[in-house]
Design a protein around this ligand. Sequence first.
Ligand code: MCA
Ligand code: AMP
Length: 463
Amino acid sequence: MLFPTLTPNAPDLPDAITVGDESLSREDLVGAATAVAERIYGARTVAVLAHPSIDTVLSIVGCLIAGVTAVPVPPDSGTKELAHILTDSGAQAWLGAAPDDSTLPVIPVRRYARSWHGHPQIAGSATALMLYTSGTTGLPKGVPITRDAIAAGLDALADAWQWSSDDALAHGLPLFHVHGLILGMLGPLRRGGRLIHTVKPTADRYAAAADAGATMYFGVPTVWARVGADQAAAQRLSSARLLVSGSAPLPVPVFETIRDLTGHELVERYGMTETMITVSTRADGERRPGWVGLPLNGVETRLREGDSDLPHDGESVGDLHVRGPMMAREYLNQPEKTAESWLSDGFFATGDVAVIDPDGMHRIVGRRATDLIKSGGFRIGAGEIETVLLGHPAVTEVAVIGVPDDDLGQRIIAYVVGEPVSDIELIDHVTTELSHHKRPREIRFVDALPRNAMGKVQKKLLD
Ligand code: MCA
Ligand code: AMP
């Protein structure tokens, strides 16, 4: 059972879930989500416009109760991204809010409806969520996540972090990725503790959650850098049990600032949409700045160079492969891309380059593909932005890169060759077609792009 504590007879906790100013008790959550489940029972796949709201929580939990695959859609998705996600996933309807010009049927979420109807158990192999994530080229790929993978992933983290029903988790991360949705929303539901979602992950809201009894906090490195820059807010997190960082490399100075202000060494963990979290430092173990920890329960990792294993000597740098029960098995509708990453022996080739020391500690050194950018903890494909910019009539050539940025980790810059046009127009063109976090922060107009003798753009010569 995915949520052992989510049954009508479960012991009630006041305010099991708070999102912004609104709260639901566990009893209300079960009753309202079961009412949602009744409305969608028998459907295969529905899309959920994943605003950080109680309605999103009810929609996702309703889908899980009914055994309907939920496709959480970024609420600021532009037209091209939205059309792709809906078509590719085969979503039959919107559950809850829908975009203005939607052509799909809309099933309302009635916040005050209640049902205590018992639904049959759903097979663990059923796809609970379809999460979309960017590759180096093309539009985002769907990753089907099973109920068993969610349960295994959350239980392995509970072991590493000593995460229990006594914990109140606070964060303000988006509800359409592994971090905010699976760990951040389904995690507290599986453990039976509280969730305090702050809607936005700002330092002052994290500080306010401390007054509401938060014991655990999640953030991407950008969030921790911003918390660290607000000394008074950061100090209020001292009362927490565990602060956790993930989704992108945590800069050592940020680790140190948070330690100095809160007395807590951030737990860092590493994962991917395709694999969920596979490696983490532990609540009861060493937290080494710049290192992401040990394999979780049930996870095996290896370093490869071609077909050979590399030693775990803390120095050899190789391709990181992972294998574990929390992993997805494929990309939706993409057999070739699936075969490139899911290897015949069950390992997943992450595309990240790492070292492992003799104690099993992992350090992520970088990514193999420069065309995958991590900005604010969001994974963004350079090719996706380039294709959209090339669709603008003023643009004849374009190259998108990520450059180091103190706040966002990486900042997106687009080099453009073409007719005169304002940078704002090009940036807005990207937000209209894709989503806000994919917009270039800067457009640099150039006469030509650097190319090699074969005509291939030399991105390394840019910036
Ligand atoms: C400015 N804005 C614009 C524009 N210019 N919006 C649209 N078009 C423009 N041209 C506005 C934005 O709407 C926003 O306004 C404000 O500028 C600031 O936006 P921005 O700088 O983009 O971001 P931010 O709000 O400062 O966001 C930083 C963030 C965010 C909060 C850290 O990047 C974030 O939520 N990151 C989390 C990513 C994440 O969860 N990744 C997990 C995936 P306004 O604020 O008024 O709306 S990874 C994963 O799942 C794996 C498995 C893992 O390991 O965890
Ligand atoms: P996503 O699928 O959006 O979660 O992106 C996954 C990628 O984020 C990984 O392949 C890594 O490149 C990066 N990533 C996630 N967590 C960490 C971390 N703790 N340190 C370094 N990189 C990370």
